[in-house]
Each structure stands twice: as C-alpha cells, then as structure tokens.
Design a protein around this ligand. Structure first.
Ligand code: TXA
Ligand code: MG
Length: 323
C-alpha cells in the first residue's frame, strides 16, 4: 500500500480556460481555500495566494524554492485599494498610480498593519500593483481582497508568459492554472520605490523612467547596489543555454558560424525592429532554445531606449554578464 502511495503523482494541476465564467469561480474558491492558483497578467503569469493567509503565502516560497526574505508583490483589484494596504502615500506614489494603474507598474510604499510580515520579508515597505489583464481583474473583484503573486516559475528561472510554461514548471505543485492566453507585454512590471527621494527605478519594464519623467514631471533615479529589486540579482532569468549578446545581426552571423564550426548548436534572436514583439516573445524563445537543446543563444541587443532598456536588462541577467 505504501508502495502504491509513493508512486502516485503528487497532484495533477487543473488548467481552466479563463473564458468560462466558472473558471474564475473555481479559482476564487481555491484561493479562499488557501491553495495556489497561477493567473495571467499583462506582464507575466503570477503564482497567486490570498494575501490574508500566511499559510497560503508560505506555500509560494516552498513551491517556488524562493528564500523567504524575498518580498512579494500585492495585486489589488482597483487603485483605491492601495489605501487599505499602505499608509502615508507620497505625492509621487499618488501621481504614478493615478497615471499608470491599472497597468504594468509596481510601487514600493509604506505598509499598513494589514500587510503581514511574510509578504514583505519583515520590511516596513510593501510592493503593490494593480494589473490590467481582464482575467486578473475579474478574479480580484470576485475574490474581494488582494493576492500576492510572484512570477509563476521556480526561483531564478525564466518567467512564464503562457499557461503551458506554468504547467511545465509547477504543474505538480499547484492547484489551478487559469489560462488567459499569452501575456501581451511578456516581461515583468516596472518597479519604482516611492519611499525614497528621488524615487528609484528598482526594475525596468514597459513603463520607462524616461516616460515617467516626461509624463509626470519628476525624475526617477536609477537604483544601485543593495536597493535594486531581488529579481535583479545576477543569475535571475537564467535559462540552461548560454546567452551571448552582440551589437549587430552581422556579428550574430559571424558568431553562429564560429559556434557551428565548434560543433555547438546556436540560435539567433534578432527582433530589434519590433521591440514589443521582442519583449513579448523573449522568455518563450529562451524556453524553446532549452527544449531544442540549443547551447548558445546569440541575442542582438536592442537600442537602449524605451522597452529596449528592460529587454537588455533581462538579456544581461540571462547571460549573467550584467553587473
Ligand atoms: O509583472 C510582475 O510584477 C509580475 C506579475 C506576476 O505581476 N510579478 C513579479 O513578481 O515579477 P516577482 O516576485 O517575481 O518579483 C517581485 C520583485 C522582486 O524582485 C522583489 O524583490 C521586489 O519585487 N519587491 C517586492 N517587495 C519589495 C519591497 N518592499 N522593496 C523592494 N523590492 C520589493
Ligand atoms: Mg520573478
């Protein structure tokens, strides 16, 4: 009998089509029962736990293999909900959330007493985001409270941008994957620390510091060293294949010839003419390269403007050459 039990598959994940209304209901019920549900957002898929249960939140760290001092982002249904989870909102936080929420922006603000220590890793600040994805919105409205949701991948690996990626990574360990199709942005939200003067960019994303300066009229400083978000650690976004960054397609071809001569299978990424598509497909392409047993990905760097900044940051982390 014990033998049979040990052979049994731990847990077959349910993949629910988000287009069916009952999928949202089932996901909400699972979250209320303190289970983990992977949800689509416009950036990447998140691994959601109800924000009011420490036991549900702790499951996230176990499943992801993530150190418990790495804080999580609270996801809220509607912008005013920020007032439940934070206190002493700065002018900068008010302006940013009015301008960009719902959307791919996370703000770091002072936490309220409603935020448990497990979410912040004991910090006095908390990260909050109001996602724009319709399915995430519906789920949060029906749930009636916030979820915490890191990217739904194992710690240090490439973020998932479709339901299949989540199933491949975490399928045995979670209850439900709510399938809302491919993420429209494809890289994680911009993170701005609003508790510092000037505010600091902790992670580049689709909303850029330059855009914020232009549209909101204040400067966002580049964070350095310790204050950078943990997702910016070396080795984050690491696929198995090696990544080589090059400036032009011509150099990429030269490098590919070199690798072929040395018996190494390589793949060229060059979507510099369409940065939206570069961002949207980057993590999927890195996963495909691993599946095809590609040894070296030769990525042509996009220009260091707009979305190119965030793409370069992720490529740098994946290649482990960024500082
Ligand atoms: O687009 C996104 O933000 C996705 C989707 C699912 O919403 N989520 C995401 O979560 O990327 P995660 O856990 O993979 O990354 C959260 C980042 C981490 O680097 C963490 O260190 C940082 O946010 N963070 C969270 N709370 C923080 C805080 N209080 N101070 C500084 N950084 C914080
Ligand atoms: Mg992550």
């Amino acid at each position: 009998m014990r033998y049979l039990i040990s052979l049994a598959k731990p847990n077959a994940v349910k993949v629910l089509d988000a287009k069916h209304p009952e999928s949202i209901e089932q996901s909400v019920a699972a979250l209320r029962a303190e289970k983990l549900v992977a949800i689509p957002t416009e950036t990447v898929y998140g691994l959601a736990a109800i924000a009011t249960s420490t036991s549900a939140i702790n499951k996230i760290f176990t499943v992801k293999g993530r150190p418990t001092n790495h804080p999580l982002i609270l996801h809220i249904a509607s912008p005013p909900d920020i007032n439940h989870w934070s206190v002493d909102l700065s002018e900068v936080a008010k302006i940013l959330t009015t301008q960009y929420w719902p959307g791919p922006l996370t703000v770091i603000v002072k936490r309220s007493s409603k935020v448990c220590d497990e979410i912040t890793g004991g910090r006095e600040t908390v990260a909050i985001r109001c996602p724009e994805h319709e399915v995430a919105q519906q789920l949060l409205y029906r749930l009636g409270t916030a979820v915490v949701a890191p990217s739904a991948n194992r710690f240090g690996k490439v973020s998932p941008t479709c339901a299949e990626h989540v199933v491949n990574d975490l399928g045995d360990d979670i209850e439900i994957v709510l399938d809302g199709g491919q993420c429209s942005i494809g890289i994680e939200s911009t993170i701005i620390d609003c508790t510092t003067q000037p505010p600091q960019l902790l992670r580049a994303g689709a909303i850029t510091a330059e855009q914020i300066e232009r549209e909101c009229g204040f400067v966002v400083a580049d964070a350095i060293g310790e204050s950078r978000a943990s997702g910016m650690l070396k080795k984050h976004y690491a696929p198995n294949c090696q990544i080589e960054l090059v400036e032009t397609f011509a150099i990429a071809i030269e490098r590919q010839i070199f690798h072929t001569q040395n018996g190494l299978k390589s793949d060229i990424f060059d979507l510099t003419s369409d940065l939206d598509e570069y961002a949207r497909s980057l993590f999927a392409r890195l996963r495909q390269a691993d599946q095809k047993d590609v040894k070296v990905v030769i990525a042509v760097k996009p220009p260091e403007i707009g979305l190119g900044i965030a793409i370069n940051e992720r490529l740098g982390k994946a290649s482990n050459t960024a500082d």
